[in-house]
Write a protein that binds this ligand. Structure first.
Ligand code: PGA
Length: 235
């Protein structure tokens, strides 16, 4: 694991965007695994800027997102599909047909999870997976538990995650309690991984991820077993 301390959030965003840009420059047909949450917002705006300057080109890039809330249509303001459009897709020259997320409205969860896993496989796997990390050490919606999920699955959100995510929902709006998420196995099959964390509320999770025992109680700790992980963090 390469661990890089950034000076601040802007520095973190620029460094992470530079690594993603390098991936796109090396392979213009890259498959990028993307994440939502507040941490990647700065990375996405840096990528949009690099694209505007002509440094990177998304024309042949494909993206697959980590997760999506169950029960929210793609047009819902709080859906991750909408988040990705607002923060990245609408600002770069990516073909919308090359952007993929699980379908939060899928009727049959099992079929949807299989479809998503096969889609990723069919794309030849993920070249670079961007990850945030939850205060409890979750990655995607792989919450602390008794085992590591091998593939895309439907899952309940931990209380801590529901509390953290409620800030994005208006008063009276219910935070969905279920989501589709890539599994730990899906994430570990990515050829390279870039994990970003900002703020002191992530210190515990980050310390356990980097230094702690590998345990499904801290899902991100499994990244110690991956051969190409870069962690960029700031206080
Ligand atoms: P955050 O979420 O970037 O909003 O802190 C990260 C995560 O929960 O994975």
């Amino acid at each position: 694991m390469k661990v890089i301390k950034a000076a601040n959030y802007v520095d973190l965003s620029k460094k992470a965007a530079a690594l993603i840009a390098a991936q796109i420059i090396r392979d213009p047909s890259s498959v990028l695994g993307l994440a939502t949450g507040s941490t990647p917002v700065g990375v996405y705006s840096e990528l949009a800027e690099l694209c505007g300057q002509g440094v990177i080109d998304f024309a042949c890039v494909t993206t697959v997102n980590l997760d999506e809330y169950c029960g929210l249509p793609a047009e819902h303001p709080q859906s991750y599909a909408q988040f990705m459009r607002q923060k990245l897709f609408d600002h770069v020259n990516i073909a919308k047909s090359n952007t993929h997320l699980p379908d939060g409205m899928a009727k049959d969860a099992e079929v949807e999870c299989l479809r998503y896993e096969r889609l990723i496989e069919g794309l030849g796997g993920i070249d670079l997976q961007l990850l945030g990390i939850g205060r409890n050490g979750h990655i995607g919606f792989n919450e602390p538990g008794e085992s590591f999920a091998p593939g895309t699955h439907q899952t309940g959100l931990a209380k801590d995650t529901l509390d953290a995510n409620s800030r994005f929902f208006g008063p009276g709006e219910k935070v969905p309690t279920q989501a589709f998420s890539m599994g730990i196995g899906t994430i570990m099959r990515a050829r390279s991984i870039l994990l970003i964390a900002s703020g002191s509320d992530k210190t515990w999770a980050l310390d356990k991820t980097i230094n702690g025992p590998v345990t499904p109680q801290v899902p991100a700790s499994v990244l110690q077993f991956h051969r190409d992980v870069t962690v960029i963090y700031c206080d």
